[in-house]
Design a protein around this ligand. Structure first.
Ligand code: ATP
Ligand code: MG
Length: 202
């Protein structure tokens, strides 16, 4: 008969086995170095996740550089919040959504300028974290050479972390990254007619 005591006993044994697996995985991870994180996919939460890591990094006293490659909206909540922090260098350098600017040369020039600023950050050992928000579109539209970007990522300071966001991350970038997450789009309020909400979408 299955008593509560049996069930508790089975649970305790299963948790002890799980603890062994988790502990040995933690013991095996001994390396300390900067990592590249790519956040892609069509679901909501890529940029906000990146800015959550900015908060973590600032909390630990790291200096942070952020380049936004697509200037979607003026004065997002995170821009207003983090520009109050002297540890954070925040640059909004994109030209705007491609369907708004409708000007390929202007978009490409803005992306190249954003990349020039980002490249400097990737050479600055004083920056513990660099966020390249919505950078992936620069590859989608051929504004930037993926090889140049991967080379700069590989040559960055050893302890520097980089987070890159945006849909359709190219394979070269996924291969260069240490951590890749794809956020799945299950549903979004916008498609039900709810406009972008402060604190949630901007
Ligand atoms: P967020 O900035 O909220 O983390 P994101 O970076 O994952 O979103 P982007 O493609 O950069 O996604 O889109 C930015 C804006 O578009 C946000 O206001 C977000 O709420 C909205 N958005 C994100 N995903 C979707 C979606 N699948 N459908 C409609 N709107 C979306
Ligand atoms: Mg985003």
């Amino acid at each position: 008969m299955n008593t509560i005591a049996d069930r508790d006993e089975r649970h305790a044994r299963a948790m002890a086995r799980k603890k062994q697996v988790v502990d040995s995985a933690i013991a095996a991870a001994t390396e300390d170095r900067g990592v590249i994180v790519v956040l892609t996919g069509n679901g909501k939460g890529k940029s906000t996740s990146a800015f959550g890591m900015v908060a973590r990094a600032v909390g630990h006293g790291l200096k942070v550089g952020v380049v936004q490659f697509v200037k979607s909206r003026e004065g997002t909540g995170e821009e207003r919040f983090f520009t109050r922090h002297p540890e954070v260098q925040w640059h909004v350098l994109g030209a705007g959504f491609t369907w708004e600017t409708q000007n390929r040369d202007r978009d490409a020039a803005a992306a190249r300028h954003a990349w020039a600023v980002a490249r400097e950050m990737l050479q600055d050992p004083g920056l513990g974290l660099v966020v390249l928000d919505e950078m992936t579109y620069a590859f989608l539209y051929d504004w930037l050479e993926i090889d140049d970007v991967v080379a700069a990522l590989e040559n960055r300071p050893r302890r520097q972390h980089v987070v890159i966001t945006g849909r359709h991350a190219p394979n070269r970038l996924r291969e260069a990254a240490d951590t890749v997450a794809e956020i799945n789009d299950v549903k979004h309020a916008f498609r039900a007619g709810i406009r972008a909400q402060r604190g949630i979408d901007l």
